[in-house]
Structures are given as structure tokens and as C-alpha cells.
Design a protein around this ligand. Structure first.
Ligand SMILES: Cc1cc2nc3c(=O)[nH]c(=O)nc-3n(C[C@H](O)[C@H](O)[C@H](O)COP(=O)(O)OP(=O)(O)OC[C@H]3O[C@@H](n4cnc5c(N)ncnc54)[C@H](O)[C@@H]3O)c2cc1C
Length: 356
């Protein structure tokens, strides 16, 4: 079913929309991409996850950092939805501290040998190619990281489905293991030492996509709440007649519009080729938190009916909840914004103090 959905998304050009037409994408700008992601996110965050991971994290990284041969090999099939890709950064012991990876890549006579594990990897059970970030030289810390394009059919690759998620129930989530997995030299994306830069540039795009999807959740909450409040009657009138109900809807509308404008600001900077890491973090922080607040308020507008799946609002809340966690938690986004404002890096406080 996931494969069928991916092919349909590919057919209508929703996968790889900003990827060049030369490689099977649509060559759209980032503002247009956000409008697509918003609409998919409004309908279904699990489908939006496919669009975001496939486009922003995987295809975007290959287009930006890959050799011509790597682009030709993977991008057309990722953009058409014939193949899934996944993005393997997080590990069981390494989440927010993404530079501190334990997965090891060792040089061999013919290329590389990979050993380690990844955790919480979206599309990890269905992907044909996994972007895997690994340490090549622990002494070099984040400067030793490298990124590999790993065909999941390789011997030594295994994946396990993660069950019991609060939301995103029709999206696939996996843990991955690499057991003496042999890779040829040309599996390396970029250069040895580029891994951290590749991960951060991918997250700049991934966070933008998540934020746009959350605008869609906010919009869905507004629409569902207006529709319910104008139909549901209490005390002989539609509940929309009550000022306290209108206040909940008005607050959702303000959050939806503020989130959308922050996303579009980040998109305009991306389209102009200007730095946008901080503006993307601001959009991601605001839009994700807004989506949780809007979904919570939308359930309130629906009363008891909002607590069951007759209406989309309980799913909006379950799906929104993960967005403040992945691609950098809200705390990490605040520290990126605070670092830019103060010049002080509070993400790595001890390292700073020691070197001061
Ligand atoms: C459904 C789902 C899908 C995902 N998909 C992917 C994927 O496709 N690819 C991938 O690589 N990862 C993926 N992730 C992983 C996700 O990116 C991580 O869960 C996230 O980065 C947080 O890492 P963690 O869970 O290890 O939490 P931790 O880093 O352990 O954080 C726990 C808490 O401590 C706080 N914290 C940590 N460090 C600091 C600090 N310096 N200052 C202040 N607070 C701090 C955090 O904000 C958080 O509140 C996914 C996760 C989920 C749940």
C-alpha cells in the first residue's frame, strides 16, 4: 500500500518536486514545494512523511552532494516513487548529539566496511537505498563523519519495524543494523569528512518540509473546527455562536497564518540562495508547536466527538506530536536560534567552557 501511494505521489509530481527535471524532478522552487507539502500534510501526515523524507532528506542530499553517476542511478527512481530512500542519522545512543555517531566505517582494499545500528528511521523497512552516516575516525570527531549510499539489498543490512507509535501509523519506521556490510568506494556521498555538513544541509531542507506539513495540520484543524462549530447545536444555537468557541478558532487561524508566513519566508530565502538555517529553525519550531496546539484546540471544539476517530482531529494530534521531536527537537531549534542571537553555543555547553 505504501508503495502504491508512493507511485501515485510520484506520478503527480509530488516526490522530488524541487529536484531538477534533468534527474526526474519537477524543477519547482521551494515556495511551490512548501505549498505541495502543506496540502499533503493537511490530508495525511504519513503521506507527508514519504514526501519529506524522499524529497528533502534523500533526493535533495544526492542532488546536492552526489556524483553524476550517483544522481543518474538514484534520483529518477526516487522522484517517480519506484524506489524509496531513507535517511539514517539517529542511533540508539545518539539523537540530538548527532555528531557523536557510533556506526563505524572502516576502509578496506576495495572500499568500506560498515558496522553499527540506526534507530527511528522513516521508510527504513521499504527503502531501496539508505543514506547512512558513519564515523571513519573517532579521533577526528564530527570531521571524521562520512555519508554512504547503501543499497538495502547488500549483505549485512537488516531492518526491523518499530511498532506502537502514537501517530504516523501508516508511515514505516525502522531500526537498521549493519553487520560487516561491504561497500564499494563509489558508495561514498561527497568526501570523507563531509558527513556532518551533508546531514546539516539535509536537515535544513527536512525541517522546512516538516514545517510546511504542520501548516497543513493547522489548516485542517481550522477547517474541521469551523465545519463542526457551525453544525453542532447546544443551548438551541450552533456552538459557533459562543464567543469562547470562536476564540479557539481565531487562535488556530492566527497560528496557521503565522506558521505559513514563517515557512514562506524561509522558502523565499532558499529560492534566493541566501542563508536560511535560522529562519528554517524558526519556522520549524513555530509550525510544529502550533500544529500540536491547533490539534489540541480542535479536539476541544469537537467536545467528546473529537476524542474518537469519526473526525480527523484526534489523528491530527497524534500525528502532530512527533513533529516537535524529529529533525531536531524544539529545544534544539531554540538553541540554534539562541546561538545565532547571542553568539554563544549552548548546544555543547561543556565543550565551550573547556575550550574557553
Ligand atoms: C517517528 C519518528 C521518525 C523518525 N525518523 C527519523 C529518520 O528518518 N531519520 C533519522 O535519522 N532520525 C529519525 N527520527 C529520530 C529523531 O530525529 C530523534 O528522535 C530526535 O532527533 C531526538 O533524538 P532522541 O530521540 O535521541 O532524543 P534525545 O536527543 O535523547 O533528547 C531527549 C530530550 O533531551 C533534550 N535535549 C537533548 N540534548 C539537549 C541539549 N543540548 N539541550 C537541551 N535539551 C536537550 C531533547 O530536546 C529532548 O527533549 C525519527 C523519530 C521518530 C520518533
Amino acid at each position: 500500500m505504501l508503495a502504491e501511494m508512493a507511485r501515485k505521489l510520484g506520478e503527480i509530481g509530488y516526490l522530488g518536486a524541487p529536484v531538477s527535471e534533468r534527474y526526474g524532478g519537477r524543477g519547482l522552487d521551494y515556495v511551490s514545494y512548501a505549498l505541495i507539502v502543506e496540502q499533503v500534510g493537511r490530508g495525511c501526515s504519513s503521506a507527508r512523511t514519504v514526501v519529506s523524507v524522499q524529497t528533502s532528506l534523500v533526493a535533495g542530499s544526492i542532488e546536492r552532494w552526489g556524483s553524476e553517476e550517483q544522481k543518474q542511478r538514484w534520483l529518477p527512481r526516487l522522484c517517480s516513487g519506484e524506489a524509496f530512500g531513507c535517511f539514517g542519522l539517529t542511533e540508539p545512543d545518539t539523537g540530538s548529539d548527532a555528531a557523536n555517531l557510533r556506526t563505524r566505517a572502516e576502509r578496506t582494499a576495495t572500499g568500506w566496511r560498515l558496522n553499527g545500528q540506526k534507530m527511528w528511521i522513516s521508510l527504513g523497512n521499504v527503502a531501496e537505498v539508505a543514506l547512512v552516516f558513519a564515523q571513519t575516525d573517532p579521533e577526528r570527531e564530527h570531521r571524521g563523519l562520512a555519508c554512504f549510499l547503501v543499497p538495502t539489498a547488500s549483505e549485512g543490512f537488516s531492518s526491523t519495524e518499530i511498532h506502537g507509535k502514537l501517530g504516523l501509523r501508516s508511515a514505516d519506521t525502522a531500526s537498521l543494523a549493519f553487520d560487516d556490510l561491504e561497500l564499494p568506494e563509489d558508495a561514498l556521498l561527497g568526501e570523507v569528512g563531509d558527513g556532518f555538513k551533508i546531514a546539516m544541509s539535509a536537515l535544513d531542507n527536512g525541517r522546512y518540509s516538516v514545517a510546511a506539513g504542520c501548516v497543513g495540520i493547522c489548516a485542517g484543524c481550522v477547517d474541521a473546527s469551523v465545519s463542526y462549530a457551525t453544525e453542532r447545536r447546544q443551548f438551541g444555537v450552533p456552538i459557533a455562536r459562543f464567543q469562547l468557541v470562536q476564540a479557539m478558532i481565531a487562535e488556530m487561524i492566527v497560528k496557521r497564518d503565522a506558521a505559513r508566513l514563517l515557512v514562506l519566508r524561509a522558502g523565499a530565502l532558499k529560492d534566493a540562495g541566501k542563508p536560511n538555517t535560522v529562519e528554517t529553525s524558526i519556522a520549524k519550531l513555530y509550525a510544529t508547536e502550533a500544529s500540536v496546539e491547533c490539534a489540541d484546540a480542535a479536539i476541544q471544539v469537537h467536545g467528546g466527538s473529537g476524542y474518537v476517530d469519526d473526525h480527523p482531529v484526534e489523528r491530527y494530534l497524534r500525528d502532530a506530536r512527533v513533529t516537535t521531536l524529529y529533525e531536531g527537537t524544539s529545544q534544539i531549534q531554540k538553541l540554534i536560534i539562541g546561538r545565532d542571537a547571542t553568539g554563544i553555543d549552548a548546544i555543547l555547553p561543556y565543550a565551550k567552557e573547556e575550550s574557553a
